[in-house]
Design a protein around this ligand. Sequence first.
Ligand code: FAD
Length: 309
Amino acid sequence: MSVMDILDKRAAFSFEVFPPKTDVGMEKLCGKGGVLEQLYTLNPDYISCTYGAGGTNVGKNLEVLDKIVKDGKTIGVTHFTCIGNTKEGIKEQLQTYLDHGINHMLALRGDLPFGWTGTGGDLHYATELVKFVRQEFGDKFTIAVAGSPEGHIACRSLEADIAFLKQKQDNGADYIMTQLCWDMDQFRYWLDAIRAAGIWMPVDVGIMPILDQAATINMALSRNGCVMPRALCEIISKNWIFPNPFVKDPFDADVEGKKASFKAAGIEYTINQIDEYRACGINGIHLYALNKYDDVAYIAKAAGLLDLI
Ligand code: FAD
């Protein structure tokens, strides 16, 4: 079964996890009764696992995906990047994934590590990676690619970004997984624009649950330059932890109260956002599970995502 078979018939619902750095984190995610096994109970169509820049966590990424595939409850999708990878190294790693039964990938350029100006590998863009994978492995992989509704932070224009997205399709990509986007007007504009450009690939929308103030600001601004709508800014301002949400020991007397009220408002915001996306006619919702269960399960259930299956 491929993600494309599902997307051909109906909207998909999936999760994203990341490989924990520590053994304790791995046990929490992959151990008996751990987060992965809890997530399976929600019957996601697939679970993807991120891939660290420069392949720093390749071992753990493979361990996580190996478990997903062996458990046989859902499809495992690996993220994969060009960062620091030679063509030979890419071939070896991808063959290893296939040997482990992992035949779905998200082909990315990758986030450039701090201070780097290029990928430091043989391939420079996701367009090249998609072409290379098709050349070397034919149709063995189902290939997703990233789409940036607000334009990638380094793109020279939204039009150029859309042209490169079309090139990913022409090179053999199957479907799009989107970058975080809270600006729904921009999203609708982008969806119309990619369809007008001849991009027919299904669009699986990435949603980061709004649970933590610092993580939300960090995700929006540290790399992606995401627009934060007024309503989201209000949630952040009303629950601002003084002096700021990034310090380890805030002097704010109501840190716990504010964290809880931020999370409650953030969850409501996330559910409403999923409704808005679904009303745009998108092809799937991809929830960043953040290696947690309770909050994402609540969101998935309240947003009606379990009924998609
Ligand atoms: P590309 O599509 O290659 O685009 C990068 C930039 O180059 C853009 O500005 C684009 O306009 C431009 N460009 C593209 N093609 C060309 C070309 N042929 N010639 C000239 N310019 C071009 N990063 C990780 O490191 N690990 C992960 O696991 C990971 N998971 C992600 C999951 C999702 C769903 C998304 C959306 C992103 C993820 N990222 C991850 C982040 C991603 O790697 C970064 O956004 C990265 O900066 C760009 O990757 P890309 O595949 O979009 O790059």
